[in-house]
Design a protein around this ligand. Structure first.
Ligand SMILES: Nc1ncnc2c1ncn2[C@@H]1O[C@H](COP(=O)(O)OP(=O)(O)OP(=O)(O)O)[C@@H](O)[C@H]1O
Ligand SMILES: [Mg+2]
Length: 257
C-alpha cells in the first residue's frame, strides 16, 4: 500500500523542501518507488532535482483544478525510482481558484487514487502557509513530518501546527498521523539549539526523530547543482543524516517501530 507523507510547517525556510527532496532520494536509493509532489509555486523541490520551473508544462496545478490527469504531469528524474510532479508559477492562483470548487479539500486525495498503485511513497512538499493547498496535502496524506529549525520561537510554531493538524484530522482525515518532528539546521556550537532540542523532546517525546539534521553547507549547495545531497556529496554529514532519517521513516511505517 502506498504511504503518503506531507512535509508541512506554516513557518517559511525551516527545511520542508530540503527534507522532502532528501528523504525522497534516500528512500529511492534503498529501493522504494517514490513520487515527490511539489505543492509550492516557488518550485524549489523541482529545482532541487534539476528542473527549471519555466521549462516544463507539467504541473500539479491542473491536477488540483481537475483540468489535467496526474499521470500526464509526472516527470522521471535522474535518480532511479524517483519521479516528480513539479509545480509552476500558476500554482499561486490555485489557492483562490480552489475556493469555489466542489470537494475543494479533497482534490489532491481524489486525484492520487489514480496513480497510487505505482508508488511505495508519495511525498508532498507543502508551501509555508496553512491555506487550501496545504489542507489538500494533509487531507491526502496518511502521515505528516514537521521539519523545524532549532530556534527560539520554533516550539510555539510547532504547537500551532499540531493544533491545525488535529483540526484537519477531526474534520477531514481521521487517518492522518504525525510521523515525526524533525530538527533541522542544527548547529552544535549554539547553546540555544541544544535548549530547543531538549524542550521539543520534553514536549513531544518519541514523536521527535532521533536523527538531527546538522546545518551543512553541502546540503545548501546541492540544489544549485540540481541534485539531492546524497547524489552531490554522499559522505557529507547532511546526506548521511537524511539517509538515517529515511531509515527511521521506514522503521516507523513498515516495521511499526
Ligand atoms: N541542513 C541544512 N544545512 C544547510 N542549509 C540548509 C539545510 N537545510 C536547509 N537548508 C537551506 O535553508 C534554506 C531553507 O530550506 P528549505 O527551502 O528546505 O525550507 P522550506 O521550509 O522548504 O522553505 P519555504 O517555506 O520557503 O518553502 C534553503 O536555502 C536550504 O538550502
Ligand atoms: Mg519549501
Amino acid at each position: 500500500m502506498v504511504q503518503i507523507i506531507a512535509f508541512a510547517n506554516q513557518k517559511g525556510g525551516v527545511g520542508k523542501t530540503t527534507t522532502a527532496v532528501n528523504i525522497g532520494a534516500s528512500l529511492a536509493t534503498i529501493g522504494r518507488r517514490v513520487l515527490l509532489i511539489d505543492l509550492d509555486s516557488q518550485g524549489n523541490a523541482g529545482t532541487g532535482l534539476g528542473f527549471v520551473r519555466t521549462a516544463h508544462k507539467q504541473s500539479v496545478y491542473g491536477v488540483l483544478l481537475g483540468t489535467s490527469k496526474p499521470s500526464e504531469n509526472i516527470l522521471t528524474t535522474a535518480i532511479p525510482n524517483m519521479h516528480i510532479m513539479p509545480s509552476t508559477m500558476q500554482l499561486a492562483d490555485a489557492e483562490v481558484e480552489l475556493m469555489d470548487l466542489e470537494r475543494r479539500e479533497y482534490r489532491l486525495r481524489d486525484a492520487l487514487t489514480q496513480i497510487a498503485q505505482h508508488y511505495d511513497y508519495i511525498l508532498l512538499d507543502c508551501p509555508p502557509a496553512l491555506g487550501l493547498i496545504t489542507i489538500n496535502a494533509l487531507v491526502a496524506a496518511n502521515y505528516v513530518i514537521i521539519p523545524m529549525q532549532c530556534e527560539f520561537y520554533a516550539l510555539e510554531g510547532i504547537t500551532h501546527m499540531v493544533k491545525s493538524i488535529n483540526e484537519i484530522h477531526n474534520r477531514w482525515n481521521p487517518e492522518l498521523e504525525i510521523l515525526g518532528v524533525l530538527l533541522t539546521m542544527y548547529t552544535k556550537q549554539y547553546g540555544m539549539t541544544r535548549a530547543v532540542d531538549e524542550d521539543v523532546r520534553k514536549k513531544f517525546g518519541d514523536t521527535v526523530f532521533k536523527t538531527i539534521v546538522p546545518r551543512n553547507v553541502r546540503v545548501a549547495e546541492a540544489p544549485s547543482h540540481g541534485k539531492p545531497a546524497l547524489f552531490y556529496d554522499f559522505n557529507s554529514p547532511g546526506a548521511q543524516a537524511y539517509l538515517r532519517v529515511a531509515t527511521e521513516v521506514v522503521q516507523k511505517i513498515e516495521q511499526g517501530a
